[in-house]
Every structure is written in structure tokens, then in C-alpha cells.
Design a protein. Structure first.
Length: 387
């Protein structure tokens, strides 16, 4: 396909919709933890582990399989992986035991990160150089759309028809998107072989190591709380189930604002400004404990947490890219994958920590633990600035 300064609309729409279903499949669990736990007679903390397991498998799978499949035909690869993704969601909808749920989520997770990574590479075929960065940002925006529309919609469908129906409907929508991939994506042919170990050498750089720790701590601090957002709304704020989806929409809007602010921060100081925002994140996570008995104040607090949730994304992404350009140019593509990999490791650790808090202490203390982890992000960020 020719390199125009414009772009091909249908392939772009297809890739954006693909990222929406990927994001919805990953995050929908947040809104329906109690329903899944009740249906298989399990505890909320045990079902909460599905979030950490998903994120951990997502990170490991993306890290290992994406570079290993770089020589394969991306067109056929993304189609095959999307088929596996659909099968995984159907299996999850049919699961009748905790083990079956875990295995289905692992199958979904191991292909989701690879699908996203591969989808980004199609931007060069469907857009000219002047438009390509915008296409990439639009594809990433699908995850914010999932937070605003997909997750609340899934929660509302769960309220009306049950969580299994929500996943079956997601699978059906994914099938439609699969057909769009087949018809609208260009067949790129075989990929080029690359030296995986030379790319992984980027991880030896101190600036990269500190950046990874910043992203992990930043994500983990929020997901200690975010994993249990719905139970908190129900148990402590006494929000009726029919209104939970509206709260999740509001939270999703706050994360979109966070993404926009993240881009502004990246252009006006970047990592130098992030310690302040991590401190703000720690402050409002810690005050969650104080406001949890006052619904109005607690909701304001929750939306503020959503607004600072993704502030780190653009500054850290630019940090990784600039470090690779300066110290290991052949690892540019690999450096671009470090934010989602590190973020999902943070999700896994944060949700696992949240589960321990719920099991051995009380759900109302998850914010305090999140605040402590956010202070870790401040520490690594300050160390990075001195390196």
C-alpha cells in the first residue's frame, strides 16, 4: 500500500475497535467481580486474583512471544491470534470452576498483548509518516474507550443478563472485528528477522531499569485500589448495583483526562515533573481511607485518583524511546513495548497486594497500601533524575 500523508479509514477504524475489545476483555472483570464470585461460590479476593494473573501472563507473553514472532507474516498472525482471543472469551463465559476461569483468562492474556503490539506495526502500511504517530495514539485510545464504554456496558449487561452473557456478547463483537481484520488489513508478507538478544540488551541500561520500576510502582499503586473499586462502591458507599456502571463511566472519563494531561506533561518537563504527581497520587490514595464513610467525598477522591492514574504513560514512553535512541538504536521497537509490559507487571503486583489486604486486613485499607507503593515510584523517579 502506498505511503500517503493521509490514512486509510477502514483499517484504522478496525484497529481502534480491536483495541477497544482487547481493553474491555481485560478490564471488564473490575466491574463484575462480585457477580463472578457469587456464580462459582468463590470469594471476591480469589476472583480478584484473576486480574493479577491476567496482567502477569500478558506481560510475560508480550515480552517473550512478540520478538520471537517478528519474522512471521503479521497479517495471518494477527488473524490467528484474534481467533484464539475469541475462543478464550467463549471458554471464560462457559467456565464453571475457578481453575477453568484461570486457564481461560491465561489464554486470553497470552494473546492480547501480542495482538496489540502487532496492530501497532500496521500503522506504517495504512498511513504516511506524517500521520503514523496519530494512528498509534488513536489505537491506544481504544483502551480509554473501553474504560468509558466497554466496561460500564459490560457491567450493565451483567446486571440485566448475567456476566456470562456479557462475555458471549464480547466474543460476538470480536468475531465481527475479526472479519474486518480479514477484509481491511493489508497483507504485509513475511517479517524481517531480528536479533532478540541484542534488543534485550537494552534492559542492562540503568535509565531503562529505573524507568521500568517507576511504571511498575505507578501502576501497582493504583491497582491495589482499582481492582476492588466495584466492591468498595457496593460495600462502603452503598451504591445500588444499577448505578455502578454510571460510576465506572465517570471513572473512565477521568482516565481519558489523565491520558490527555499525560501528553501535556511529556511536552513540558516530562520525568522531571512526575515526582510531584506521584506524591499527589499517594495523597489521594491515602485519604481514601478517611473519606470512605462519606460517599460524596469518596467519589470525588476516586475520580481524582482516576485523573492521575495514567499521567506517567507519555513521559515514561518518551523516556524509554529517547534512551534507546541515545544508547541502543536497534532496540527502538522493543523500547516502545516497555510501558505496556511494565504497566501490566504493576497491575499484577497491585491486584495481588490488594487481594492480600482484603484477605488479611480490610478492603478499606487498600488505598493506604497503594499510597505506600506510589512513594516507591517517587523514590525511583528521583533516583532517575540524579543518574
Amino acid at each position: 500500500m502506498k505511503n500517503f500523508d493521509s490514512f486509510s479509514l477502514l483499517p484504522v477504524i478496525t484497529l481502534i475497535l480491536l483495541s477497544v475489545v482487547l481493553g474491555t476483555s481485560e478490564f471488564i472483570i473490575i466491574g463484575i467481580l462480585p457477580d463472578i464470585a457469587l456464580s462459582i461460590n468463590s470469594s471476591i479476593a480469589m476472583i480478584g486474583n484473576l486480574v493479577s494473573i491476567f496482567a502477569l501472563v500478558y506481560a510475560i507473553g508480550t515480552f517473550i512471544i512478540t520478538p520471537a514472532t517478528s519474522s512471521l507474516n503479521r497479517y495471518y498472525l494477527i488473524i490467528i491470534l484474534t481467533i484464539i482471543f475469541i475462543i478464550g472469551n467463549v471458554l471464560f463465559a462457559l467456565a464453571d470452576s475457578y481453575l477453568f476461569l484461570i486457564l481461560a483468562r491465561m489464554l486470553i492474556a497470552v494473546v492480547s498483548g501480542i495482538i496489540l503490539a502487532i496492530s501497532m506495526t500496521f500503522s506504517a502500511e495504512i498511513a504516511g509518516p506524517a500521520i503514523q504517530p496519530k494512528i498509534i495514539s488513536w489505537i491506544f485510545s481504544g483502551f480509554s474507550m473501553a474504560a468509558v464504554f466497554g466496561v460500564p456496558a459490560g457491567t450493565f449487561i451483567t446486571y440485566l443478563l448475567g456476566w456470562r452473557t456479557a462475555f458471549l456478547l464480547l466474543s460476538f463483537i470480536s468475531l465481527i472485528i475479526l472479519l474486518m481484520l480479514i477484509f481491511y488489513l493489508p497483507n504485509t508478507g513475511p517479517g524481517q528477522k531480528s536479533n532478540i538478544f541484542r534488543q534485550l540488551g537494552l534492559l542492562k541500561k540503568p535509565h531503562i531499569q529505573l524507568g521500568i520500576m517507576i511504571v511498575i510502582c505507578g501502576a501497582a499503586s493504583t491497582y491495589v485500589f482499582y481492582t476492588y473499586l466495584t466492591p468498595i462502591l457496593q460495600k462502603y458507599l452503598f451504591i445500588p448495583e444499577r448505578y455502578i456502571s454510571l460510576i465506572l463511566i465517570g471513572f473512565g472519563v477521568s482516565t481519558i483526562i489523565s491520558n490527555f494531561l499525560s501528553g501535556h506533561i511529556a511536552l513540558t518537563g516530562g520525568m522531571r515533573r512526575m515526582p510531584l504527581f506521584f506524591l499527589i497520587q499517594a495523597l489521594f490514595l491515602s485519604t481514601l481511607f478517611l473519606t470512605i464513610k462519606i460517599p460524596t467525598l469518596c467519589l470525588i477522591n476516586i475520580f481524582i485518583i482516576g485523573t492521575v492514574m495514567y499521567l506517567q504513560n507519555s513521559p515514561t514512553q518518551l523516556h524509554f524511546l529517547n534512551t534507546a535512541v541515545r544508547e541502543k538504536p536497534e532496540a527502538i521497537n522493543f523500547s516502545a513495548s516497555l510501558v505496556p509490559i511494565s504497566f501490566n507487571i504493576g497491575i499484577a503486583l497491585g491486584s495481588a497486594c490488594g487481594s492480600l489486604v482484603v484477605i488479611y486486613s480490610s478492603m478499606q485499607y487498600v488505598g493506604l497500601w497503594g499510597a505506600a507503593i506510589a512513594c516507591g515510584a517517587v523514590f525511583f523517579n528521583l533516583k532517575l533524575l540524579k543518574t
